[in-house]
Design a protein around this ligand. Sequence first.
Ligand code: GLP
Length: 242
Amino acid sequence: MDVTIFGSATEASRAVARRVVEALRRTPDVVLGLPAGRTPVEAYIELCRLYSVGEADYSRATAFLLDEFVGLDHSHAGSFRRFLTEHLLSGVNLDPERTHSLNGLADDLDIECERYEETIAACGGLGLLLLGIGVNGHVGFNEPGDVLKARTHRVKLLDSTRAENAGAFGGAVTRVPGEALSIGMGTILRAETIVLLATGERKAEAVHAMLRGSLTTQLPASLLQTHRRVEVYLDRAAAGTL
Ligand code: GLP
């Protein structure tokens, strides 16, 4: 994996934003994979700024959100679709019709996951996939465990992950849905290029295990070691134990 360490989270985030803009210039109809979470917020702010000064054009791009909570309407404050709308879609010319997300309110969640997987495939797969990483080494919502799923699937969230996400639910872990839908490890590993951003000391242990540890389903991000084109953008704190 190609690792770059930046002096601050802001610098790392800006570099990720520049990387996205470069991909858009090279491939205007790029298919993006986009995460929610606190980590990408600064990169999204920079992407909106670069768009506002005419540096980027998303008119031909397509995007897929990585995951979504089960049971939430897209207008709910904790919904990842709402997060993306607020942090990116409102500031760039990505067509909302071509910005795909999982519907956690679908009648049949298994059919919803299959629909998503097929839509990604019909668009030619993910071209540039942005990822964050969970403190426990999850990517998307592929949680550590004895097994991992290759395709988009329904996942039971670990209590620690629910606690990490409590902020958007008034700080109450019990209000965070216990399940989510997530693209699978296979969906992730089939992406052409993966750009993973990790910042802050809290991520240092997971980053170390991802880069230097054994491949294990107990740390899903470790499987990224098998991918040919992974760029890892870190600040000094997240790189602290390398
Ligand atoms: C969340 C999301 C991931 C995200 C990760 C880290 O729960 N499912 O896509 O990358 O956990 O989140 P954060 O950036 O807030 O630390």
